[in-house]
Design a protein. Structure first.
Length: 743
C-alpha cells in the first residue's frame, strides 16, 4: 500500500511539473562571453533586478581572474547592450501577440460569454486595432467626449481631450481628422498612451505605445522612450504578460543607465533603479495553480531580499552629484505598482514579503521615512482623527466607511478628517466624495499629488490618530504611510494584508480572526466585534432573460460568482467543478474583467483543471460587468469566493435577497461574509469545509422549498447586518484609548 501511495504522489508531482504554465517563465538574465589568452572564457551572466551591472561585472572579474577593473566596465556595457537587444525582441514579440489578441478572431472564452461581453470585447478590440494603425476610432454611440463618469464605459472619452488640434481646423471630433494634419507624432502617441494607462484602458494604452515606438520615439527622444518602456512594462504586468514586462523593464533600465551617465542626471538614474524595483514586483494578476504560484512567490521573495540588502541609491547614481531628496522624489515618481495582488494569493508569509518591499523602497529612497517635526502630545479632550485614502469615493472603501464616518463625525469627543489621496483622474462629481464634503466641510481635504507636499499637509492637521483604510491598493497612499504623520497610525482591512511598515502601529481587524492571527501582522492586531457594512446607496437589480446571460442554457440553477477574477483563487476551481458535478443542469457565471487577458487566463486555468479531472467546463460562463445587477437579480445562488472572500459583493447579494454560500478562509480576507452572516444571526449557509460548501450550494440550487425558506430568512435578517452605530462606537472607544496611549 505504501509503495502504491508513493507512486501516486510521484505521479502527481510529475504531472504538476509537466503541466502547462499559466504564465510564461520570467527570464531576466543576460550573458556576455569573455575571451582569455587560452581561448573562450566563462560567460558573464547577470540578472539586472538582483544585481547592479557594474558591481556584478567587477565581482565577476575578481572571482574569475579573467579581466581587470577596466575590463569590468566593458562587460557591464556589453550586458547593457544585451538588455536592449532582448528588449527589442520583446517589443517585436509583443506586437505580434497584441495584434493576435485584438484581431477579429473569436477567442475560446467568448463562446461561453454573454452578448454584452461579446459586443464590448469587439468594440475594445476594434478601437485598439485602429489606434495601433495610427488613426483615431470613433467613440461608440452614446459616449460623451468629456465626462468623468464615462471613463470606464467609454475608453476614448478623456484621451481625446489631450490631442492638440489646431484651432483653424474648427473640428473637435478628432476621429474625423487626418492624423498627419493634427501632427500626432511619437511623443503625442506616448502621451495619449499615458492617459489610457491612468484610466486603466490598457489595450488602448499598449496600442498607442506601440505606435509611438514604431514612429521612432527611441531615436527622436531617448529619455521619453525609456519612460515609455517603464510604462509599457507596468501595463503588461497588469495584463499578466510578466515575461514580456520584465524584458521591457530591462530595456528601460539599460536606456536609463546610458542616459544617466551621458547627462549626469539623477532623474535617469532614478528611472534605472525604479525599473529594477518594478521588475521585481511583477505579481501575477490571476492566481495560478499551486505549483506555479509557489515558484513565482519564491522568485518575488528572493528578488526583494537581494534588493533590500544593497545600497541601491549609491549603485544607481554612480558618480552623479546632486540633491539626494530630489533623487528620492524621482524614484518615488517612477515606482509604478504596489504588491496589490499578493493578498489574493492567500500565502502564509505575506507579512515578511511586505516587510521586504518596505525595506527595498527605503533603501532606494531613504527620504520616504522623512524626519518630521515631533508631534505634540494630546492637548485637549477632542481627538483629531483622520482617514487617508484614494478611495473615499464611489468605491467599495468609500461605501464601507461612509456610514461609520457619519456617526464618528457626530461624536463630540472626535474631530474627523477625510484626506483624499491623489490617484487617477479627478472625481469632484463623485457622490460619496460630495457626501463627505457636506458632512465634514473643509475637513474633507484633497491632498497634493506630490508625496512630499501631501506629507506636509497631513502633518499640518496635527492628527492624534491617522487611519489608512486600504494600504497597498495604490502607490501614493502606500508611500505616504512610510513616515510618521500622526502620533498613532493604523491600517484597516480595506486591503487585507499586513503593511510591513514600522510606521503603522495597529491593524484594525475583527473578532473572527483566528486565535493565532497576530502572527500574520507586523502591526499590533486590534480585534473589533462588529464588521461595518455598506448600506450607502444600495443597488437593486431587475431580472433579465436567461438567454441574455447564458448562450447554451441547460435550464438549471444559475450560480453567480460576484468577486473580481483576481479573487477567484485556483483552489476555488475545484469547488466550482464539484458543484457542477453535483447539479448536472446548473450553470456558474463569473464576471469578466475589463482587461481581457485576465478573463482569458481565468478561463484557461479552469479549462486545464477540468481536463486534469476529466470534467467538462462548458457550464462555466462569463458575463460582462454591465450585466452584474441583472445577473444578480436573476441568479438563484451567489457563491462567495474562497480562500479570498468578498465583502461588498456579499452585501450586494444579501441586500437583493439572494442566498450566499460561504466557506470562511484561514485569514480575515476570507471571513468578511461569514462575519456579516454572524451579525444577521444566520449560520445555515456558512460551510464547514469544501464538501459542505458544495452540498449547501447544490441544495439551494435544486431544492425549491429550501431555497424559498433561505430567501425569506435572509430578507427578514438583512437589516440586522448593518451596525454602523455600534461599529463607530467601538472604533471611537479604541481611537480615544490609542490617542491616550492606553491600547
Amino acid at each position: 500500500m505504501r509503495t502504491a501511495l508513493l507512486r501516486c504522489v510521484a505521479l502527481r508531482a510529475a504531472a504538476a511539473a509537466t503541466a502547462p504554465l499559466l504564465y510564461a517563465p520570467i527570464d531576466r538574465e543576460v550573458c556576455v562571453p569573455t575571451v582569455t589568452d587560452d581561448g573562450t572564457g566563462p560567460s558573464f551572466c547577470v540578472d539586472f533586478v538582483r544585481e547592479d551591472l557594474f558591481d556584478a561585472a567587477e565581482r565577476f572579474c575578481d572571482d574569475n581572474n579573467v579581466c581587470s577593473g577596466h575590463e569590468a566596465g566593458a562587460l557591464a556595457y556589453a550586458a547593457r547592450r544585451e538588455l536592449e537587444r532582448q528588449g527589442n525582441e520583446a517589443e517585436r514579440a509583443l506586437r505580434g501577440r497584441f495584434l493576435e489578441l485584438v484581431s477579429e478572431k473569436e477567442d475560446p472564452w467568448t463562446t461561453v460569454s454573454d452578448p454584452i461581453a461579446k459586443r464590448r470585447t469587439r468594440i475594445r478590440r476594434h478601437q485598439a486595432r485602429v489606434l495601433v494603425q495610427g488613426s483615431f476610432p470613433e467613440p461608440e454611440e452614446g459616449c460623451p467626449n468629456q465626462r468623468e463618469r464615462a471613463l470606464r464605459a467609454c475608453a476614448l472619452s478623456r484621451a481625446y481631450t489631450v490631442i492638440d488640434v489646431p484651432p483653424n481646423l474648427n473640428e473637435t471630433r478628432v476621429w474625423l481628422l487626418n492624423t498627419s494634419v493634427v501632427n500626432v507624432g511619437p511623443k503625442a502617441w506616448a502621451l495619449i498612451g499615458e492617459v489610457f494607462t491612468e484610466d486603466e484602458h490598457y489595450a488602448h494604452a499598449i496600442a498607442c505605445f506601440l505606435r509611438s515606438l514604431e514612429q521612432g520615439l527611441a531615436i527622436r527622444d531617448p529619455g521619453r522612450a525609456a519612460l515609455l518602456d517603464m510604462n509599457l512594462g507596468t501595463v503588461l504586468g497588469c495584463w499578466g504578460e510578466l515575461a514580456l514586462a520584465a524584458r521591457l523593464l530591462g530595456r528601460a533600465h539599460a536606456r536609463a543607465l546610458k542616459l544617466a551617465e551621458a547627462n549626469q542626471s539623477y532623474d535617469y538614474a532614478a528611472l534605472a533603479l525604479a525599473a529594477r524595483v518594478n521588475a521585481a514586483v511583477l505579481v501575477p494578476p490571476v492566481v495560478p495553480p499551486p505549483h506555479e504560484l509557489n515558484d513565482l512567490r519564491n522568485l518575488l521573495r528572493s528578488d526583494l531580499r537581494a534588493l533590500a540588502s544593497q545600497d541601491l541609491r549609491k549603485s544607481a547614481a554612480r558618480h552623479i552629484q546632486g540633491d539626494d531628496s530630489s533623487y528620492d522624489e524621482a524614484i518615488v515618481r517612477r515606482v509604478g505598482r504596489t504588491l496589490f495582488n499578493l493578498a489574493h494569493q492567500c500565502g502564509q508569509d505575506d507579512a515578511e514579503i511586505m516587510f521586504l518591499l518596505a525595506s527595498t523602497l527605503t533603501r532606494a529612497a531613504p527620504s520616504l521615512v522623512e524626519e518630521v517635526p515631533e508631534l505634540p502630545r494630546l492637548q485637549n479632550e477632542v481627538v483629531k482623527l483622520g482617514f487617508a485614502s484614494a478611495h473615499l469615493c464611489d468605491h467599495s472603501i468609500g461605501k464601507m466607511l461612509a456610514d461609520p464616518l457619519i456617526f464618528l463625525a457626530r461624536d463630540p469627543r472626535l474631530e474627523v478628517y477625510a484626506l483624499h489621496v491623489a490617484f487617477g483622474p479627478p472625481s469632484d462629481d463623485d457622490h460619496v466624495r460630495k457626501f463627505l464634503h457636506e458632512l465634514l466641510g473643509e475637513r474633507s481635504y484633497a491632498l497634493s499629488v506630490d508625496v512630499r507636499e501631501a506629507r506636509k499637509e497631513v502633518i499640518s492637521f496635527n492628527l492624534d490618530v491617522l487611519v489608512f483604510p486600504d494600504l497597498g491598493m495604490e502607490i501614493p497612499s502606500y508611500l505616504l504611510a512610510f513616515s510618521r504623520l500622526a502620533r498613532v497610525q493604523c491600517a484597516w482591512w480595506g486591503h487585507p494584508v499586513s503593511t510591513g511598515l514600522p510606521s503603522i502601529d495597529y491593524w484594525l481587524g475583527l473578532d473572527t480572526e483566528r486565535d493565532d492571527a497576530f502572527q500574520e501582522y507586523s502591526e499590533q492586531l486590534v480585534r473589533f466585534s462588529h464588521v461595518n457594512t455598506a448600506p450607502f446607496h444600495p443597488q437593486r437589480g431587475t431580472p433579465v432573460n436567461r438567454t441574455d446571460l447564458v448562450s447554451k442554457d441547460p435550464g438549471g440553477a444559475i450560480y453567480l460568482v460576484l468577486g473580481r477574477l483576481f479573487k477567484v483563487h485556483a483552489l476555488f476551481d475545484d469547488m466550482l467543478l464539484d458543484l457542477l458535478e453535483r447539479d448536472r443542469t446548473g450553470v456558474v457565471l463569473l464576471v469578466g474583467e475589463p482587461q481581457e487577458p485576465l478573463t482569458i487566463k481565468t478561463y484557461q486555468r479552469i479549462q486545464r483543471r477540468g481536463l486534469e479531472r476529466n470534467l467538462k467546463t462548458d457550464r462555466i460562463h462569463f458575463i460582462d460587468y454591465w450585466a452584474y445587477m441583472g445577473a444578480l437579480a436573476t441568479a438563484r445562488v451567489v457563491l462567495d469566493t474562497h480562500p479570498y472572500g468578498g465583502c461588498l459583493t456579499a452585501l450586494d447579494a444579501l441586500s437583493n435577497g439572494v442566498p450566499l454560500v460561504v466557506l470562511p478562509g484561514p485569514a480575515e480576507r476570507g471571513r468578511h461574509a461569514a462575519s456579516i452572516y454572524q451579525q444577521m444571526g444566520v449560520s445555515d449557509f456558512v460551510a464547514a469545509n469544501q464538501s459542505d460548501y458544495v452540498s449547501i450550494a447544490a441544495r439551494l440550487g435544486t431544492d425549491d422549498a429550501y431555497h424559498e425558506a433561505a430567501v425569506a430568512r435572509i430578507r427578514a435578517s438583512y437589516l440586522d447586518a448593518h451596525r454602523a452605530g455600534a461599529v463607530a462606537a467601538e472604533w471611537a472607544g479604541a481611537f480615544l484609548r490609542m490617542a491616550r496611549g492606553a491600547v
